[in-house]
Design a protein around this ligand. Sequence first.
Ligand SMILES: Nc1nc2c(ncn2[C@@H]2O[C@H](COP(=O)(O)OP(=O)(O)OP(=O)(O)O)[C@@H](O)[C@H]2O)c(=O)[nH]1
Ligand SMILES: [Mg+2]
Length: 467
Amino acid sequence: MDVKLNVNDKIQLSNWIGRDCQFELLYKLSRDGGTPEKFHELCDGKGPTVTVLYNTDNNVYGGYTSLSWRSEGSWCKDELSFLFKLYTNNRWEPTKFPASKIKTNTNVYFNSSYGPWFSDLRCFDKYVGKTSGYYSLYKHALFCGSDYDMGGKNVQSVANGHNNVTDLEVYLVKDGPLELDIAWRDHPDWTIKTSQKFKEYITNYEPFEESGVPEANVLLIGQVGAGKSSFINTINSIFKGDISSRACTGSAEKSLTKSFEKFRVRDPATKRFLKLRICDTRGVEEGFSIKSEDLGFILDGNLPNHYTFNPVEKASLKVPGFIKEPSLKDRMHVVVFVIDGSTLDVLPEGILKKIKKIKSFVVDRGIPQLVFLTKMDKVCSQVERDIDNMFLSEIVANTVNKAAEVIGIPRAHVLPVKNYEKEGELRTNVDILALSALRRALMFADDFLENQYDLEQENAHAVNAKE
Ligand SMILES: Nc1nc2c(ncn2[C@@H]2O[C@H](COP(=O)(O)OP(=O)(O)OP(=O)(O)O)[C@@H](O)[C@H]2O)c(=O)[nH]1
Ligand SMILES: [Mg+2]
């Protein structure tokens, strides 16, 4: 059964209702049919309910009543009733519209001939069927503000001016802690032991021995402000044991990172640098972007550390320190697309196109790829409250699926992370996510090095055989 109200929505509704709630689906228009009889059969006398409408423009809105639906009666006053919107054009914009204190005596209507009716939100009063993929519900006086305080919003800003819905659901609101979903992906325990295990792996990491490469090169690529530099700072902080900010981060329209930087991470415990470089790049923007040629140079190891990207001219042999004949150690061994999970739905077409082009460059060279999905705390309030909920959140699962689809990468290669940004001190669960993501990147880098080694061996045999 396709239930659309997700965990984040339920948490938001619980907050508005003012207590911990569980939500049991009583009625679903697409499943139970659009008649007032069926609605009353399934919903009457049950207790408080929330009615949720999903319109064809991806606006999600509805109403809550603390009273049980009934088949007889008429207008009633429910001071606890409210209208709300959760999404506007698919954007999470939760807003509550409380029952008006001054304007009305009544705001909920009970009658066997009508479906859910909250005065300013009326649904149906006779059979409503699906035509052209949607149900055309009542829009008369919709969100007109006669009995609910709309705070300046109206039918246009809440529902794009119509009430054509793909579905309508009525949930019984019961007392009790929100039931979390079962984990959508196996994940390690959120313990210090787990964090130490990952840290040890990275501390002891040596690139595939036969390759002769001293450090694995992990390249971070992604849109402006996705959190590339923050990821580097997160890893650096974990090893330093305190929040640090070596790479410049922040919010700006244009990329804050202007140059190619191959960061080393030092382990103070051993006073040695880790055998890896995390390479930061300028963010992908709609106007300016890394030139394809420059990207090719980075992947192939031609560009020197600290090279400043030039918006007008591609890199060339003239660049000081340009490596004319790069070896395997100079090349990129794994590419990580850093994607801002909180803006995935509104990722501009132009940026997506550029990312796909970059991806094709990476694929052509046989370099393994991963996606780090950042800002998951902004995607799901349940995760914001507690990072331990990362693999329980349905929203995170959906965002991971979407990223996999959009970027064109297996779902298992999309790793949700949360960078250090507002925190004043380290947190075990943040560490675990970042360390396990980096560990995976190093494993992928080793796969690449092993492939390259095999290739070299095969080529050497072929040459020998010829001679
Ligand atoms: N809430 C939240 N904010 C984040 C996260 N990661 C990064 N940020 C914030 O996002 C903003 C941009 O982060 P940066 O690390 O500078 O992004 P970038 O990809 O390096 O951007 P450019 O160098 O400009 O291309 C900063 O204000 C960070 O604090 C995250 O996981 N959660
Ligand atoms: Mg940056």
